[in-house]
Design a protein around this ligand. Sequence first.
Ligand SMILES: [Zn+2]
Length: 108
Amino acid sequence: MPPKLTSLKPRITTQPGSKVQILAPAAGTVQRKRGYAGVIDRNRIRARDMGLCQECVRQGAPGPGWLVDHIVALWEGGSDEDENKQTLCKRHHDAKSAAEAARRASGG
Ligand SMILES: [Zn+2]
């Protein structure tokens, strides 16, 4: 007679709640659209800006852009509407993001 198979008690359990801290939006700020609604929005902004980095355009050297940026960051009170969005190349997006991160790290 073959040995009877038994199942082991699971040793891994799930913890209640999340360990990931979610920063609450500051008063007066709006949250960005997420998921597919955000994809549609970004595609509309890219089309409006004709796929050009708007900072490169301002500097007189138009070049392609792909990243859609909030002109005034949401955490600085900017809106999530089209008027507050622009297409940027990676170089200009990274530079703008770094400047915003430095302001945010120093308390805004
Ligand atoms: Zn650029």
